[in-house]
Design a protein around this ligand. Sequence first.
Ligand code: 7RM
Length: 635
Amino acid sequence: MSNYHIKNLEEYFQVYRKSVRDPETFWEEIAEENFLWRKPWDRVLEHDLTQPAVRWFQGAQLNITENCIDRHLYARGSKTALLFEPNDPSEEPQHITYKQLHERVCKFANVLKEQGVKKGDRVCIYLPMIPELAIALLACARIGAIHSVVFAGFSSTALATRINDCDCSIVVTSDGGYRGAKTIDLKGIVDEALEHCKGVTTVLVVKRIHSEINMHKGRDIWLQPLLDEASSVCPAELMEAEDPLFILYTSGSTGKPKGMVHTTAGYMVYTAYTFKNVFQYREDDVYWCTADIGWITGHSYIVYGPLANGATTVLFEGVPSYPDWSRFWAVVEKHKVNQFYTAPTAIRALAKERLDFSENHDLSSLKILGTVGEPINEEAWHWYNDNIGKKQCPIVDTWWQTETGGIMISPIPYATPTIPTFATLPLPGIQPALMDEEGNTLHGNSVSGRLCIGFPWPAMARTIWGDHQRYKDTYFSTFKGYYFTGDGALRDTTGYYRITGRVDDVIIVSGHNLGTAPIEDAINEHPAVAESAIVGFPHEIKGNALYGFVILKETGEQRDPANLRKEINQIITEHIGPIAKLDKIQFTEGLPKTRSGKIMRRILRKIACGETDQLGDTSTLLNPEVVDAIIKDVL
Ligand code: 7RM
């Protein structure tokens, strides 16, 4: 039996029990057998979750790029590492082999060095989904610089805040980016941001869209000529296990974004291990995660996890709707994708469109389907299972967070039987606990509460950049000795977990705790409904009542709204009970979403409460225009 690769349910339980009984031996064996270390560790784990102070593999030295690239050169030198699929389907894809990746990372690393970047320096990366993005991350890691990727959909203000928070002196960007039929002026956004970032001395610019841009003299430099001159020999910097690898910002419900700090050894071991098991990656598979590298999903499951396993990982520049809604399936067919990992919001958008977009493509290469980012509703799960997986592909509903670094609760394909809307069981090494509001651990099955983790895991964030106190207050103070996720969950009769959403999404109606997700699931079962979001608003008698924002499918738009409202409440009554019926139902064209596709309930809540003058920060919205449309029709 190998700890590293679980193949059936019995093995899962054996491995899981071992990982809880003796976590140090469990992770030590995985670390020893599967990675390249320059110096072994003195201690596997030192921890105190009340501080919190957590150190994995203390004393070890390594470089993550040697694990992601160099060690594959002998056996996999000519295997494709990065498979770049451009925005425009008529542009040739690029197959970047491990050998080529090695050379490009080394050259890029040497350019960074020539520009004065040293171990421990922060490098801001603001790039579209092109190979240089993945290469830039790895080039930083090669020389021990800390990368801080800012998603290229963020505004100049958001970019400036992030650059200043961790004092970056260098920014890597491009002249622009393609996004469907549009181009995005990334360099212009950087120029605006840098008016507020006095510490930035250098901007390296990748040429992608060949647009006319302003090159600020003495500050901005085209990258390609520097790469052409750079040496392709760059010894990997020796890193301590707990040296920071990257900072990634995540927005909280209040205050400025939090710069989550991830460190080297634990992050590497955990993302590699979870990638292997959750996606059951085999040597010749082609793996595709549609996330942007600007999010944690892209860091862990486009770049580090797959490359640490010597995988072929697809890097897709485009969007699901361009040139039309068949694009994902055209790419799956073209590259014979075996594992496909996307977000529920994308699945729901695709499910709204005509079926022949997927039917016209050969999807028979697919073995495993994944979802991440928010609870997947039952209807979307079935659509994915029936039309994409043809009922032959296990669906891994993976629950995790920027803060957790890697997947925490997820089925393991062929081992864990799946049930729609359940993330199922904790991965080995993960010790979830459910708490009631008073901080009591809820034991046994058939309970629901706040989801916490009771023991350190290797990829957990170690701090918030520059503000350890905030890290402690946000995650380790609500429940002493536990990491608090901010999510609610239930554990069913068999021990499976269902993530019910952020605990701030729980609405108490007449003393009943109602999660928004199950109600939305019920509504979405209605054949005329495409998507929905529920929020609470104050009610004289019930305390709170429910307000539903509902997007209709084309077929629903011709129907009588009064009848539709009745039918929707009927479905809710059938699925959950009359207690969950909606007091108000507003039909709308769209829902306010974050750039990573999550519904911004905070805004809907304000609208439902009539507080439209206090919407707060809407700058991170993907589609701010829908907010005005919703306000106009508010009930
Ligand atoms: C990976 C990522 C984290 C929040 C998390 C949850 C929600 C993510 C699922 C999910 C239900 C899932 N990182 N979430 N995955 N909820 N089921 N499978 O998304 O930092 O951007 O977001 O996303 O609320 O706390 S994140």
